[in-house]
Design a protein around this ligand. Structure first.
Ligand code: PGA
Length: 259
């Protein structure tokens, strides 16, 4: 029995108020209640969380944020608190995305603080890891992922892992149009699952969903999602067009029905 698939749109720093509302509404309309075995979520930019939450109301589509501060509300100019995200209806937050690691100084230590704070205060976490092209080409993929996993998930309990999804996103595949082959992705997901067994237990490892991210599209999603250790997708570019995102959700529900 495959774990339930989780397809999430990461809109990054895209959309306007109007396009965010209509994209959310089009996703809801396109799903038309057909969601067996598949969970669907969208992560709009912070200023559009509330209007998107309104557009999603009454649907099964869940709302996530793209980042959060680990600090409690207070004097932290420009930051967004976990309590605020909960207040506007977020259930999830993406943490450790490679763009935050690369451009905004989110270290493994900071990400770990954010993960612990989010779980402690009521959000579920999509925890992102992934290697650079150079790491892969020089055979360091597993070593790099091991450090990201060990440091990012430091001090988490098995019970907390029930509210964590891992997103494996090879940095060389993000926004490039180059996807990891289903075999490459499966091999790496199997490594992550083995790591979870060693660090936690086989039951945590069996239950944890591991999404793939990096140039997922309607036409490559099914092959990726059919792999035993790939439990969903974190979708960037293709999540900005409702029809492309819905094609990925459809591929997921086909996989969920046959497995
Ligand atoms: P992409 O982005 O689908 O545009 O490659 C994925 C991600 O960064 O989450």
């Amino acid at each position: 029995m495959k774990r339930s698939l989780f397809i999430v749109g990461n809109w990054k720093m895209n959309t306007t108020l109007q396009s965010a509302k209509s994209l959310a509404a089009d996703v809801v309309k396109g799903l038309d209640g057909k969601l067996s075995g598949v969970e669907v979520g969208v992560c709009p930019p912070a200023p559009f969380l509330l209007p998107v939450a309104e557009a999603l109301r009454g649907s099964q589509v869940v709302l996530g944020a793209q980042n959060a501060s680990n600090e409690k509300p207070g004097a932290f100019t420009g930051e967004v608190a976990i309590e605020m995200l909960l207040d506007v209806g977020c259930q999830w937050v993406i943490l450790g995305h490679s763009e935050r690691r690369q451009f905004f100084g989110d270290t493994d230590e900071i990400i770990n603080k954010k993960v612990l704070a989010a779980l402690d205060r009521g959000l579920k976490v999509i925890f992102c890891i992934g290697e650079l092209l150079d790491d892969r080409q020089s055979g360091r993929t597993e070593a790099v992922l091991e450090v990201q996993l060990a440091k990012g998930l430091l001090n988490l309990t098995a019970a907390q892992m029930e509210r964590v999804v891992i997103a494996y996103e090879p940095v060389w595949a993000i926004g490039t149009g180059v996807t990891a082959s289903p075999e490459q992705a499966e091999e790496t997901h199997a490594y992550i699952r083995k790591w979870l067994t060693t660090r936690f237990s086989s039951s945590v490892s069996d239950a944890t969903r591991i999404q793939y991210g990096g140039s997922v599209k309607g036409d490559n999603a099914k092959e990726l999602l059919a792999k035993p250790n790939i439990d969903g997708a974190l979708v960037g570019g293709a999540s900005l067009k409702a029809d492309q995102f819905l094609a990925i959700v459809r591929a997921a529900s086909e996989v969920a029905t046959i497995s």
